[in-house]
Design a binder for this molecule. Structure first.
Ligand SMILES: *[C@@H]1O[C@H](CO)[C@@H](O)[C@H](O)[C@H]1NC(C)=O
Ligand SMILES: *[C@@H]1O[C@H](CO)[C@@H](O)[C@H](O)[C@H]1NC(C)=O
Ligand SMILES: *[C@@H]1O[C@H](CO)[C@@H](O)[C@H](O)[C@H]1NC(C)=O
Ligand SMILES: *[C@@H]1O[C@H](CO)[C@@H](O)[C@H](O)[C@H]1NC(C)=O
Ligand SMILES: *[C@@H]1O[C@H](CO)[C@@H](O)[C@H](O)[C@H]1NC(C)=O
Ligand SMILES: *[C@@H]1O[C@H](CO)[C@@H](O)[C@H](O)[C@H]1NC(C)=O
Ligand SMILES: *[C@@H]1O[C@H](CO)[C@@H](O)[C@H](O)[C@H]1NC(C)=O
Ligand SMILES: *[C@@H]1O[C@H](CO)[C@@H](O)[C@H](O)[C@H]1NC(C)=O
Length: 499
């Protein structure tokens, strides 16, 4: 119930907020589509997202007294906050057997949603005899510094501790604490994450090899920084997905933007559009509608998962002409097909989710993924504008995004050359229909830094709960991942008995 609210608002609200600050310049908003293993909870995927709720009772909740600032020794660095993590020991082979520990690294959301959806750990627990741990990311859910969310999000001084380096240092401290408490010094740890959390998992393995034996990084766009990945990759893939589903659908969407602008420019145009799209409130600008549609198409592509395949649903609505066969009628048909029958659409009143608020800070400080719109897409061309992006962030927080910090701190350039001899035991998994796969590692780097990809997969599918309806290629992807992780663990046990 809580999550329904969280996920419905995810693109829309950050867009609107930035919008109000950039109305003078913005034809298109400078936002980075959020990353998350779980898509928006539209009616289409409702059934599979509550699958995990029955396993909740096997988890016990703990709070770790976490250090606010791992990297400085100023008095205020020693402040602490309580960080939430959950443990399931039902399947664990125990410390004496040095049985494995699988740790899910939380991302930009409260951990509750992940417990319900990210089932890879539970599904494989019997096979691995593993202890299961889910850790919440700082500044989300119940893991809030400074006593309250209001204080923590107050300004750049309190938000300053909200970054990925602090987050993975938190994870290191908690894993060490758990191993110590359970006297499980020799138990190998595998970290798992999806999306932004997938990036954290792969970076964790690189920075903390003494704590994690390996990482499963699902749909982690670690190369969507600086200029490593062409900035048009994301929306080119969104467009490719739609074109693959239906050429006429793709063409309709492509032509619709100009049509929207044209209608909007007429006297009374906005009220015509408001009526046509049954908006919840009268539109104040055509971009409100366009941004909403843009987010919907991106979401449908990113979370284009079986068995419903939202892209096919949207295109079914567009091609089905249930609301008239004019351009806008068809586009509205796509909206209804995606969202279901509602009393109104587009600008529903919603509260800002924690994810939109937190992720906006993260993208304004270090997670700058330059995403633009190129020529060969179904969207109007619109290159990423770093200058405008920086201005938006400065007006929001009075800080300048550190555009190069991620690649400075974690690398990314020439990844194959750099990692082939340095790194080991990382799986980069991707579904090639996921627009974020354009910034993923798609080729094998070495024997143990590998890419496991599926041509028809979308965002983070492999780490979600297994389902009866899963297609063969998804079952096979998970099997491959399990086999690879088992090899790491077996090699580790061989080493352990030798040393
Ligand atoms: C957390 O640690 C700090 C510093 O050691 C201590 O002052 C504080 O009481 C601890 N808080 C809890 C809840 O244990
Ligand atoms: C683990 O090993 C220790 C020391 O050999 C022993 O005392 C303890 O009973 C064992 N625990 C279990 C659960 O087997
Ligand atoms: C942020 O808020 C705190 C507490 O009110 C204040 O002490 C600090 O100066 C503020 N920092 C900035 C950058 O405004
Ligand atoms: C939505 O309403 C239309 C017409 O009123 C109906 O044909 C369709 O089945 C409804 N769809 C859903 C998902 O309820
Ligand atoms: C937003 O939050 C307020 C306060 O918690 C609540 O009363 C209201 O119903 C929420 N609105 C929506 C649209 O969820
Ligand atoms: C679009 O294509 C033209 C001609 O091929 C090229 O000059 C221009 O740079 C392209 N623009 C973008 C945004 O890719
Ligand atoms: C990379 O190696 C793994 C393990 O051998 C294999 O399953 C996978 O198909 C390879 N990936 C690519 C992209 O070649
Ligand atoms: C991917 O999907 C397409 C179209 O639905 C289908 O033709 C193709 O066989 C699928 N490929 C794989 C590897 O499953």
């Amino acid at each position: 119930m809580h999550r329904a609210m969280v996920f419905q608002s995810l693109f829309l609200l950050p867009l609107l907020l930035l919008f109000s600050l950039t109305t003078a310049t913005a034809k298109r908003l400078h936002t980075i589509p959020r990353l998350s293993p779980i898509g928006p909870r539209v009616w289409l995927d409702h059934p599979d997202q509550i699958l995990g709720e029955s396993v909740r009772e096997d988890f016990e909740t703990f709070f770790y007294n976490q250090t606010l600032d791992h990297f400085n020794y100023r008095p205020e660095s020693y402040d602490t906050f309580l960080q939430r993590y959950l443990i399931n020991s039902k399947y664990w082979g125990g410390a004496n057997a040095s049985a494995p520990i699988l740790v899910y690294l939380g991302a930009e959301a409260p951990i509750d949603g992940d417990l319900d959806a990210v089932g890879f750990l539970v599904d494989t627990a019997v096979e691995f005899n593993s202890l299961l741990v889910y850790v919440e990311h700082r500044y989300y859910g119940k893991s809030i510094p400074f006593g309250s969310r209001e204080e923590a999000l107050k300004n750049a001084s309190t938000l300053g501790y909200f970054n990925s380096a602090q987050a993975i240092a938190d994870y290191a401290a908690i894993i060490i604490h758990i191993k110590k408490t359970l006297q499980a010094k020799d138990s190998p740890v595998i970290v798992i994450g999806g999306s932004y959390g997938g990036m954290l998992a792969s970076w964790f393995r690189l920075k903390y090899p003494h704590i994690a034996l390996g990482a499963l990084a699902s749909s982690a766009p670690v190369l969507y920084f600086d200029d490593i990945t062409p900035q048009y990759g994301y929306y080119a893939l969104v467009s490719k997905d739609f074109r693959g589903a239906s050429e006429t659908c793709y063409q309709t969407i492509r032509e619709s933007w100009e049509e929207i602008d044209e209608v909007a420019s007429k006297p009374d145009g906005l009220s015509i559009l408001s009526k046509k799209f049954k908006t919840c409130n009268p539109l104040t600008d055509a971009s409100e509608l366009k941004n909403h549609l843009d987010s919907m198409y991106a979401n449908a592509a990113q979370y284009n998962k079986p068995p419903t395949y939202p892209v096919n649903k949207v295109c079914g609505g567009i091609d089905g002409c249930g609301f008239g066969d004019d351009l806008l009628g068809r586009v509205f048909g796509g909206l209804v097909a995606y969202k279901g029958n509602r009393s109104c659409y587009v600008n529903e009143p919603t509260n800002q989710s924690e994810t939109s608020v937190g992720w906006r800070w993260q993208t304004c400080s270090e997670m700058v993924m330059p995403i633009g719109y190129g020529n060969d897409s179904m969207f109007p061309p619109d290159p990423f504008d770093l200058k405008a992006y920086i201005e938006d962030c400065k007006s929001l927080y009075d800080v300048t995004p550190r555009f190069h910090w991620v690649t400075t701190y974690y690398g990314g350039h020439s990844i194959r050359l750099i990692l082939q001899r340095f790194a080991s035991n990382i799986i980069f998994s991707n579904g090639l229909r996921d627009p974020y796969s354009s910034g993923g590692v798609l080729e094998n780097i070495s024997d143990t830094v590998v890419a496991v990809k599926t041509v028809n997969g979308s965002h983070c599918l492999d780490i979600l709960f297994a389902k009866e309806t899963d297609p063969e290629w998804l079952v096979a992807q998970r099997k491959t991942e399990i086999k690879i992780i088992k090899e790491w663990i077996n090699k580790y046990y061989a080493d352990l008995s030798r040393f």
